[in-house]
Write a protein that binds this ligand. Structure first.
Ligand SMILES: Cc1ncc(COP(=O)(O)O)c(C=O)c1O
Length: 383
């Protein structure tokens, strides 16, 4: 086994042309107009929530994703919080999501005062399983006046939040169909999947709303940042209003007509985001080449590499190998990190965390299997 892991370390070191030094999991690359735009934002004195880069970034995000509207936010968690609020999630409701995701997904649901219902994921996509979602809605929920309710918790199902894990599109068309059938608003957590498509359509655009993150660890970064996308003009207007303290535009008066949030992306971050977005396609093609290489060599040493499903085009944000079991996974983590090649396990299942362990859960065998066997390996664009 040690030999196999030694070979894995060599594969990664050779791919990055790095014989000795530390190799991180994912590094940002600033190879375009980043410094120029950030300095320009500073010179303009517009460094906070007003400025040309925020507006430009929103326009570019609309063009990139094909969504009619994009609203820039301070981070992806804030974007998801607002997307859920304007999708109609209220205190005491319940939101369906998957246990395999970053904790921000369930935190944003909790900020709305809603409980969680965890459905399983698929092994091929690591994202929400349409079969588990359908089984939950048909076997555990009932239609009543005012919507569809979880029979065990009595809570109204207010939204469904699938997540495109590590940038791999999940079976989103099927999920959208099921949500439509049951009248459940679909809010996609596409924080990790900018530049990922299913059937030629950008992730985040299959439901009422989608969100993205531009944290420093993502495919492109604004330092910190997020975005909401939607085709619905009313929702877009409300998202902009609520993320800018719900201030009614006026030259000098302070009028606010609801509880708003200070969630707008600062112009300084948007300057960085614009420059990064210009390079997105280059980064993705570069990462897809690395993924193709990994996919050729890892299976030869008996370590499966996870690839996109048919009809999907993934951004390969964080690349995934699968170990045989928990023991082999732990040894792989030990040996790679011990050799300064950074690897990380998948997240602890959210239903196991103390604040979410009372949530409603469907059978989660696939999630448990992935928790035991998935490891992320170095995935940066190679410049
Ligand atoms: C799946 C998922 N949802 C939400 C977020 C939250 O984004 P942010 O860190 O920008 O708040 C992240 C990333 O950090 C994420 O990976």
């Amino acid at each position: 086994m040690a030999n196999k892991f030694g070979e894995a370390i060599s594969i990664i070191r050779e791919a990055f042309h790095e014989p000795e030094a530390f190799i991180p999991l994912h590094e940002p690359r600033f190879i375009g107009n980043e410094k120029r735009y950030v300095l320009d934002a500073i010179d303009s004195t517009f460094v906070s929530s007003v400025g040309k880069y925020v507006d430009t970034f929103e326009k570019m995000m609309g063009e990139m994703t094909g969504a009619k509207f994009a609203i820039a936010t301070v981070n992806g968690t804030a974007a998801l919080h607002i997307a859920l609020l304007i999708a109609g999630v209220k205190n005491g409701d319940e939101v369906i999501t998957q246990p395999i995701t970053f904790v921000a997904t369930s935190n944003a649901i909790s900020y709305c005062g809603a409980g969680l219902a965890f459905v399983d994921v698929d092994l091929d996509t690591m994202g929400m399983s349409p079969a588990s979602l359908e089984a939950f809605l048909t076997k555990h929920c009932e239609k009543k006046d005012g919507g569809i309710f979880n029979k065990s918790t009595g809570r109204r199902i207010a939204a469904c939040v699938p997540m495109h894990t590590f940038g791999m599109p999940c079976h989103i068309e099927k999920i959208a169909e099921i949500c439509e059938l049951f009248g459940v608003p679909l809010v996609e957590d596409s924080a990790e999947s900018l530049g990922s498509y299913y059937n030629g359509k950008h992730t985040g655009t299959f439901g009422e709303l989608g969100i993205f993150s531009f944290n420093g660890n993502k495919t492109i970064t604004s330092g910190g940042g997020g975005a909401i996308v939607t085709d619905d003009e009313q929702l877009a207007k409300l998202a902009k209003h609520i993320t800018t303290t719900a201030k009614i535009p006026h030259k000098w008066e302070y009028e606010h007509d609801m509880v708003g949030y200070n969630y707008r992306m600062p112009n300084l971050n948007a300057a960085l985001a614009c420059a990064q977005l210009e390079k997105l396609n280059f980064f993705i093609e570069n990462k897809r080449e690395l993924a193709a290489h990994y996919n050729e060599v890892f299976p030869k040493i008996g370590i499966p590499f996870t690839t996109e499903i048919e009809r999907a085009k993934a951004n390969y944000w964080l690349m995934v190998v699968r170990l045989q079991d928990e023991a082999e996974k732990n040894q792989f983590l030990q040996e790679t990190n011990g050799s300064k090649v950074m690897t990380r396990p998948i997240w602890r299942l959210l239903n196991k965390l103390p604040m979410y362990n009372n949530s409603f859960c469907m059978p989660l065998s696939n999630s448990l299997e992935l928790e035991a066997t998935v490891v992320n390996i170095p995935s940066s664009a190679r410049i």
